[in-house]
Design a protein around this ligand. Sequence first.
Ligand SMILES: [Zn+2]
Length: 172
Amino acid sequence: MECSVTNGFGDSLDAPSAGEMLEFLKALPPDDAEHGAAWLTDASGNSLEFEVAGNLAFTSASGTRHLCRVSVERVVELWSLLASGDHAALEREPWQPGPRPPLSPDERRAHELRFAEFGRTQDRNFYDRLGVEDPSSPCRQPGCARGRVAQSTLCRVHHYENVLGKPCTFRD
Ligand SMILES: [Zn+2]
């Protein structure tokens, strides 16, 4: 199963080994609430987000739950379960309902910023992966002067909007 880890600085690593996960976690700045977090996501969009203060939040189709005071070694174990698709073992953990203990306003702001940045990076990566447009083969969208990309009858902008269902802010 394809998975990747990302931290609050936007660094990410695809299909990390347990050793790489541990290094990734140990590199987090302990006193930086804005960037001191890292999360593993799988191909289905399930995620396990660790914050340096020790909270681990598990987000899946059934919502978000958390564990408090988790060590980085334990995070590696749980990340590995998610990476291998062993949801049954993950579900046996004593998850507490709700996203985590209440956030202070500063923590909440940092959390929202981090996810907004993460979303932008993901969107940009998606856009980049569409590849170059072929100017000799016009985009099918009426009125569009761009060329289509290799895997689509649309240009990058219109293919992006078609797949992601939201306006594309990239124009290059
Ligand atoms: Zn187009």
